[in-house]
Design a protein around this ligand. Structure first.
Ligand SMILES: CC(C)(COP(=O)(O)OP(=O)(O)OC[C@H]1O[C@@H](n2cnc3c(N)ncnc32)[C@H](O)[C@@H]1OP(=O)(O)O)[C@@H](O)C(=O)NCCC(=O)NCCS
Length: 173
């Protein structure tokens, strides 16, 4: 397992809230499922490209059992009511040597505060450290927040539109 499995950074959001961006852990199952539960239908639609009411055990295992080499997942944690709560996550899955697909989700209540950008920044740092040179993503054309996160990532972004989906490619080097 790579050192990405122990990744942890703490930073302040633009609203002053303290956030930890850290590697997903096996004991995050309840926290991740709770974050999905509090996400709106629109957010889930934008993340999974369809109506998503629940996940099979197989899907849950896929999302939670990451190897931090071919599948790297970070979560964003904030304090809510004295508890550390997962409010977002980002992951990449290596598709072929040097190239991985990324995806992000932040619970609605915490969107627009820079969490998506922070997840992008740290995931890209891990990807670069692992020698990847390209991150790709599929985004619905009306998903302005996600497109903005990519545009503001600081990397060269290329975009292709194809039957209702935007294909995004970020060049890391
Ligand atoms: C896409 C997503 C991960 C971004 O996370 P986030 O924490 O909201 O992102 P940030 O706060 O870092 O940045 C979002 C940017 O979009 C802007 N934004 C948010 N909502 C917007 C809207 N409706 N119209 C225009 N801009 C908008 C924000 O102001 C911000 O830009 P700024 O930095 O110039 O102010 C989050 O919105 C989300 O989970 N959406 C649902 C799931 C999803 O779409 N996943 C993507 C699949 S790949």
């Amino acid at each position: 397992m790579s050192e990405a499995a122990n990744y942890s950074v703490v930073e302040a959001l633009r609203n002053g809230l303290r956030i930890e961006i850290r590697a997903l852990r096996l004991d995050d199952r309840a926290g991740v499922l709770a974050a999905v539960d509090r996400s709106s239908a629109q957010s889930l639609y934008r993340r999974f490209f369809g109506l998503k009411r629940g996940f099979t055990e197989q899907e849950k295992a896929f999302f939670l059992n990451v190897d931090f080499v071919n599948h790297v997942a970070l979560v964003a944690v904030v304090e809510e009511g004295g508890r550390q709560v997962i409010v977002g996550g980002g992951r990449y899955i290596v598709l072929q040597p040097g190239k991985a697909e990324v995806a992000f989700a932040v619970v609605d209540q915490h969107q627009g505060q820079g969490i998506g950008a922070a997840l992008m920044h740290h995931l890209a740092a891990i990807a670069r450290g692992a020698g990847l040179n390209e991150l790709i993503a599929e985004v619905l054309p009306d998903n302005v927040p996600m497109l903005k996160v990519f545009e503001k990532s600081g990397f060269h972004v290329s975009t292709k539109r194809d039957s209702g989906v935007m294909h995004i490619a970020l060049r890391l080097f």
